[in-house]
Design a protein around this ligand. Sequence first.
Ligand code: MF3
Ligand code: CO
Ligand code: CO
Length: 263
Amino acid sequence: MNVPIKTPSEIEKMREAGRQAASVLEMIAPYIQEGVSTGDIDKRCHDYIVNELGSVPAPLNYHGYTHATCISLNHVVCHGFPDFSKKLKKGDILNLDITVKTPDGYHGDSSAMFIIGETIQGERLCRITQECLYKSIALVKPGVRLSELARVIQKHAEGHGYSVVRDFCGHGIGAGFHEDPQFLHYDGYAPDADIALEAGMCFTIEPMINVGGYKTKVLRDGWTAVTKDKSLSAQWEHTLLVTETGVEVLTARSDEDFSFLDN
Ligand code: MF3
Ligand code: CO
Ligand code: CO
């Protein structure tokens, strides 16, 4: 495994990429309402990334993916296709996953949940999943092993009766969209994959948490991953930089408060 350590000049480029990804989620948030289609949301994000940010939506043409964003509704775990005929309705929860590639060639990857109208089960799942992300981010610093982060996610999710998806993981990120290491969100590490973090590493944490079982299946379109038991699924994602003293959340948004980080 080759986990890149970013140089100071690469870190500046990662900061810019992270800010850009965050700005897309901030821009689109007020637009995500009942009656809007997931295709509309994707198109707005695409046009903003290209025309306002001067960057590229990294998913487009990535291994044959045909959209700028991934939009995963309700029981869709990840990699949902935006669709102009899919209008949001009350009680829906959706994940919008944004990855930008800047003109410098660096990636920022972040996703957030949006809730349409009211859903008690959906709100609880989204909140616990975000807590899984935050609790693991709080542990990030040099010397900590990936399995230690994974265990806090698994404990929090399973403690609330939920399950942690096994089939998709977080990842190193930089000039590559997906770099080493793979970050599993559950305690399933082979000894040589359970690396210790070092300052200068960039990676994502992006737990996918299900109300029912952890099993997923990919639909015949080759991309859309759904829960096998059709239960609700949620995900939140940030791109992180490991610093000498802790962590920097490169994709932090203005609606978030990271004052709980003690670095
Ligand atoms: N953004 C996703 C991730 O968090 C990857 C999407 S792959 C794509 O890693 F091809 F759908 F873009
Ligand atoms: Co990612
Ligand atoms: Co992503």
